[in-house]
Write a protein that binds this ligand. Structure first.
Ligand code: SAH
Length: 457
């Protein structure tokens, strides 16, 4: 991680249109490489004009090739630094890491570092058990600790009265029970939304939002710091991707909100609609979901969890086959490829036809209707023809439509239609498709509504 400036400019030199201020675009790929291996930086996306997506198929081929031969990190990362065999042919997607990025001091052989204890919140119950038994504890102790943390919401080992004194002292040396620090917490005037900016260990910040409505509590979590998808209307999309979150950093957001809001709703919902594209951080997002879902964890039923995607088609297929009954929401926002290419750049890679097919596959495989999210942008996608095409799409698969009046983002030119305009659009849809809901986002006053995360409140 040394020579930040140096490698940021190497990056800039490679992608001539990269943002001129490197601090605004922390290079997600800079990870220390291991001495003795060649390390390559690979990106799936030119971050430059925030539109030019590189060919993911090529990227994947490249990554899988590296990974197969090296058993390196997860292929789900959008951008990884991969130790690769010396004879690997690189194409334009990758460049060899500069020396400053391969820092032998920063990356000793993992087997030799006295490692910090893993975060409790990234562990499945069976992994908590192996961590504890590995430290010489008896197996049943895992259940006790899980019950304290997730059942009774107690993270202080001192209060875990059924553990022995020595165990209370040892516990945090085996698993880390700390939650990220709250950098900032803002409550809406009505008190029904709270936005948190949490600071992670490497000082990266992520936002989460807790919302209370007649339907109960909804916790909105982030899966990435920033986002690389570059949807042109979204505040987070303007930030670029800082990095993927780890499973524990995702679960910790939920635990945090349960602790700090004090809102009691045993049937609360979790939506992966905060910062980032969950399916671009597939493995860690799924791990977090399994931790949240576990019987000895928070027991959040998969049906109470909804994941929203901008349309990562291969991952949608994969998700359908996970055997989970997760809700899937798809950020459709446009009904022609021409418009969607402009609004949601990943459409250039996975056009509408493929997206709709993947959505249909998801619904068929899981037996759950998908949600088509459609933000209303004044003068852009709110005409009668748009409503008619949207109805046609909606009638071609098991789905419901969620209309979201656009939440304005400072510095971005897009506008929300008038209330009459919104109602008119809904009225065009209603007779054509039965399941339409209008989502008046909560949290607009504190820049915590959909698509406003990362914007200043
Ligand atoms: N990356 C995921 C999650 C993003 S946030 C996705 O794209 O689905 C959840 C929803 O908020 C998405 O549908 C997103 O397109 C929408 N959104 C983004 N910016 C918005 C804004 N300013 N107003 C309203 N909705 C917005």
């Amino acid at each position: 991680m040394r020579q930040r400036e140096g490698s940021a400019s190497a990056w800039t030199a490679r992608w001539p249109h990269a943002p001129s201020d490197p601090a605004r675009f922390p290079d997600p790929m800079r990870r220390p490489g291991r001495p003795g291996t060649r390390t390559f930086v690979v990106s799936s996306m030119a971050t430059s004009d925030r539109a030019a997506l590189l060919d993911r198929k090529d990227l994947r081929r490249l990554l899988y090739g590296m990974i197969e031969s090296q058993s390196s990190p997860s292929p789900d990362l959008d951008a990884v630094l991969v130790p690769a065999p010396a004879d690997l042919e690189l194409d334009a997607l990758a460049r060899e890491a500069s020396e400053s990025e391969v820092d032998p001091d920063a990356a000793p052989d993992p087997a030799r570092i006295p490692s910090a204890p893993p975060s409790f919140f990234g562990l499945l119950p069976e992994e908590v058990e192996s961590a504890l038994t590995g430290a010489g504890w008896q197996r049943y102790r895992a259940r006790q600790v899980l019950e304290w943390v997730y059942g009774k919401r107690t993270r202080d080992p001192g209060s875990m009265s059924n553990l022995g004194k020595a165990q209370r002292e040892q516990l945090t040396g085996i698993v880390d029970l700390a939650l990220p620090r709250i950098h900032r917490q803002i409550q809406s005037p009505k008190g029904d939304s709270v936005k948190y900016a949490l600071e992670l260990k490497d000082k990266v910040r992520v936002e989460s939002v807790a919302m209370l409505s007649r339907r109960g509590v909804t916790l909105c979590v982030s899966t990435q710091a920033g986002c690389g998808m570059a949807c042109v209307f979204c505040a987070t999309g303007t930030l670029g991707l800082a990095r993927n979150l780890k499973a524990d950093e995702i679960v910790a957001q939920v635990v945090h909100m349960l602790e700090t809001t004090g809102w009691e709703d045993p049937g609360y919902n979790i939506v992966f609609m905060g910062m980032g594209e969950p399916l671009a951080n597939y493995a860690q997002t799924l791990k977090a979901i399994r931790v949240l879902n576990a019987d000895e964890g928070l027991r959040v039923g998969a049906r109470r969890i909804t994941l929203s995607t901008c349309g990562m088609v291969p991952q949608m297929h994969r998700l359908a086959k996970e055997g989970l009954q997760l809700g899937l929401a798809i950020s459709l926002h446009a009904t022609t490829d021409e418009l969607r290419n402009r609004l949601v750049p990943i459409n250039r890679r996975f056009p509408l036809r493929e997206l709709v097919r993947a959505a249909d596959f998801y619904a068929e495989t899981t037996g759950r209707r998908v949600t088509l999210e459609y933000i209303l942008l004044a003068g852009v996608n709110d005409r009668k023809g748009d409503a008619e095409r949207l109805a046609d799409i909606a009638n071609s698969l098991p789905c419901k439509i969620n209309l979201i009046p656009y939440n304005p983002v400072p510095q971005l030119p897009w506008q929300r239609p008038t209330d009459e305009g919104i109602q008119r659009f809904a009225d065009w849809l209603f007779p054509r498709c039965p399941a339409v809901t209008l989502r008046w986002s909560q949290g607009g006053e504190i820049a915590a509504a959909c698509g406003q995360l990362g914007a200043k409140a």
